[in-house]
Design a protein around this ligand. Structure first.
Ligand code: URP
Ligand code: ZN
Ligand code: ZN
Length: 464
């Protein structure tokens, strides 16, 4: 199958020009002015931007958490991602405490293989890493899992102690792989939570009050210090606050290899969402919590200045009915997480490019290229170039939409609310191609399935 995309404006992290793109099978075969017309399918992209498919390096599909399981599986989650212009996700496989991490990887393959519509990779959440298990990290790397998430939060669940952090960091560094860090001091936070609950403070808003930004900053500081000593590249996930960002800046100024992602919810929503009537604030109970509004300008500046290098979603959806409601009598039982994999590209284009906070090139870098480079997928993914996978978004830069659960063309996630209900955006993904296959076109799913596992390389290795 060949596809010719004509008359579009091609945007990458560094380019901005008008040209045609010729796709032969799964990859881009030629880019040029007035390419000859011979193709099985010709798409006229006049007036549209052509973007590299979005890469969301932080999703939780089919994830057991908080006494339940996230509402999107790899089928619904990858379809929703495609509707939103994302053509690659990196999800988090989990090692069960006391068991092999390889077994965790096999479990996540069983969840994803044959179900996904777009391509996917895995990070591994390490919950337990005695010396005897360290060789498993090399085996994971050889199977294309070149990044490991560890948690300072959630004691008794995903939390690991500093010794485990150091051991895993050391081995990951030696293997040429990367550490992803959930940086929040969960031990102290659990004490703050205990005090709040003893005082009868159990409404959703107390989720935010019990997770101070200083405890996120402490976690970032500690992770950077351990990574510096262990000599491993560090990636702070879902960074949410100015205090945490300050620590990243200090580490980077010292020359530590630390970068960080933030998420649309921390850029555009704030802790006033927890004051919604009744139990509604539970919809935004996620970790880290939404912060005071003044943090947002600092995060946008961090994106502009390069101290924040990617925007992911941390998509971890739980239905309001039956799932979030598990915490009706106490915020401590609300499953943590919110949906968003479908919304990221339009939200960031709109608030970033249209509202003048980001250049078009930086938008592409933050939503696609940086993740490809950081996580060993570039230049197969994350750019528009001859030889790259034909993962492309034909994006209407002026189309206005209102995101709502009641407007089905804006919501394909299998969750009964939108975290962005009523939010108006400018900019919409109209045609989405994954490895040369049109998967979404003008509001319809054209191709279901066909997404492939992406074994990733470590840093310093070439992905061709
Ligand atoms: O609330 C969140 N973020 N849930 C998903 C797990 C995590 O910490 O990323
Ligand atoms: Zn996390
Ligand atoms: Zn997460």
């Amino acid at each position: 199958m060949s596809v010719l995309i004509k008359n579009g404006r091609i945007i990458t992290a560094v380019d901005d020009y008008h040209a045609d793109i010729y796709i032969d099978g799964e990859t881009i075969a030629a880019i040029g002015r007035d390419l000859p017309h011979h193709a099985d399918r010709v798409i006229d992209a006049a007036g549209r931007l052509i973007l590299p498919g979005g890469i969301d390096p932080h999703t939780h599909f089919d994830m057991p958490f908080g006494g339940t399981t996230s509402a999107d599986d790899f089928e619904s989650g990858t379809i929703a991602a495609a509707f939103g212009g994302t053509t690659t996700i990196i999800d988090f496989a989990i090692q069960t405490k006391g068991r092999s991490a390889i077994e965790g990887l096999d479990t996540w393959h069983a969840k994803a293989d044959g179900k996904a519509t777009i391509d996917y990779g895995f990070h591994m959440i390490v919950t337990d890493m005695p010396v005897s298990r360290l060789p498993e990290l090399r085996e994971l790397r050889d199977r294309g899992v070149t990044s490991y998430k560890l948690f300072m939060a959630y004691p008794g669940v995903l939390y690991v102690d500093d010794g485990t952090l150091y051991r895993t960091f050391r081995q990951a560094g030696e293997n040429g792989t990367r550490i992803c860090m959930h940086a929040e001091n969960g031990i102290v936070i659990d004490e703050i939570i205990r005090e709040a609950v003893e005082d009868g403070k159990v409404a959703p808003r107390w989720h935010a009050h019990t997770r101070p930004t200083r405890m996120e900053a402490e976690g970032v500081h500690r992770a950077i210090a351990i990574a510096e000593v262990a000599n491993v590249p560090l990636y702070i996930v879902h960074l949410s606050s100015f205090h945490a960002l300050e620590q990243v800046k200090i580490g980077r100024a010292r020359g530590v290899d630390v970068i960080a992602e933030t998420c649309p919810q921390y850029l555009l929503l704030d802790d006033s969402w927890y004051d919604r009537p009744g139990f509604e604030g539970a919809k935004w109970v996620m970790t880290p919590a939404l912060r005071e509004k003044w943090n947002q300008a600092e995060l946008w500046q961090g994106l502009r200045m390069g101290d924040l290098s990617a925007i992911a979603t941390d998509h971890c959806p739980f239905c309001f009915k039956g799932q979030k409601e598990l915490g009706l009598d106490s915020f401590t039982k609300i499953p943590n997480g919110a949906p968003g994999v479908e919304n990221r590209m339009s939200l960031i284009y709109s608030a970033g490019v249209v509202e003048g906070r980001l250049s078009l090139n930086r938008f592409v870098e933050l939503t696609s290229t940086a993740a490809a480079k950081t996580f060993g997928l570039f230049p197969k993914k994350g750019t528009i170039a001859v030889g790259s996978d034909a993962d492309l978004v034909i994006f209407n830069p002026t189309r206005k939409e209102v995101i709502s659960i009641d407007r089905p063309h804006t919501h394909h996630m299998k969750v009964d609310y939108s975290a962005w209900e009523g939010h108006e955006v400018t900019g919409w993904s109209e045609i989405v191609l994954s490895r040369g296959r049109v998967v979404v076109e003008n509001g319809s799913l054209v191709t279901r399935g066909g997404g492939r596992y992406l074994p990733r390389v470590g840093h310093g290795e070439l992905n061709r």
